[in-house]
Design a protein. Sequence first.
Length: 101
Amino acid sequence: MQQTMDILNGHIIENETRLTLRQLCDSCAVHAEYVIELVNEGIIEPSGMEKSHWCFNGISINRVRKAKHLQRDLGINLAGIALALELIEQIDALHAKLHQY
């Protein structure tokens, strides 16, 4: 029996997606004040200087959702969330490298 391997091609849009503060809040079911706290803590970074001109990339959606879950499920404060997300991303990067080999 012959095995075939299908190759999937895709395009990552997380870095190209641009969301306003309102769109980010709506997609993550959070209040703007929460997103502003995440920005102040350095958990997510908007482009634009003023809040009315902030734009967020698609990665921000994942970070806000993870932050929300960490805070709700584990009671972690914002500084702890920043550290946890950094460590989670490092682990994910190491897993990706491991799977390449």
